[in-house]
Write a protein that binds this ligand. Structure first.
Ligand code: FES
Length: 194
């Protein structure tokens, strides 16, 4: 029988942020090659690239549940780059230690977080590409609305884009670009003009 710390047992018995999201900004499904267990992880990210929420589900042991639970607490409020850097040893320390034999269980949480961030970034890149493609060859209605205006994208996110249009063009243009970018990306993207 493994000897688990009080903190680890608490995260195992009362996992934080267990569950899944309906519309995550980033999603991952990973497995542990050592034991065949599996995990899904969803993240929500705000317009400052800060992780605001994380949810996980796992068919894993006590070590996997507790370490994923700890990792969610440690990553909420962190930037994407910072969350990527959370090491398994830090998760183990957060849990008051972990039997060395169970270290591989915490690797699954780390892999799940890394892949969810990869998914977020890849969807964000797709949205940026879709936006730039639409602007390169805009349909007539958009081209007409943009005559005499400059367009400056301020921030890309997998489901929204903040764009500065000068002079101001109003909501109708935002709707038109949203429709085109959504069709290009393959999912709903909201364009917000500032
Ligand atoms: Fe499979 Fe721990 S033994 S995750």
């Amino acid at each position: 029988m493994w000897k688990y710390s009080k903190e680890l047992m608490d995260h195992f018995m009362n996992p934080r942020n267990a569950g899944h999201m309906e519309n995550p900004d980033g999603h991952s499904e990973v497995g542990s090659p050592q034991c065949g267990d599996a995990m899904t992880l969803d993240i929500q990210v705000d317009d400052n690239d800060i992780i605001t929420d994380v949810k996980f589900q796992t068919f894993g042991c006590a070590g996997a549940i507790a370490s994923a639970s700890a990792l969610t607490e440690m990553s909420i409020g962190k930037g994407l780059a910072e969350a990527r850097k959370i090491r398994n040893s830090e998760v183990a320390a957060y849990l008051g230690g972990m039997p060395p034999e169970k270290y591989h269980c915490s690797v699954m949480g780390h892999d799940a977080m890394t892949e969810a961030i990869d998914d977020f970034e890849s969807r964000r890149d797709s949205v940026e590409n879709a936006f730039r493609k639409v602007l390169r060859k805009p349909p007539a209605e958009i081209a007409q609305a943009l005559v005499g205006r400059t367009v400056e994208p301020l921030h890309f996110h997998p489901v929204r884009i903040k764009v500065k249009v000068t002079p101001d063009a109003g909501g109708a243009l935002a709707e038109l670009i949203s429709t085109e970018v959504s069709a290009e990306a393959g999912w709903d993207v909201k364009v917000i003009l500032t």
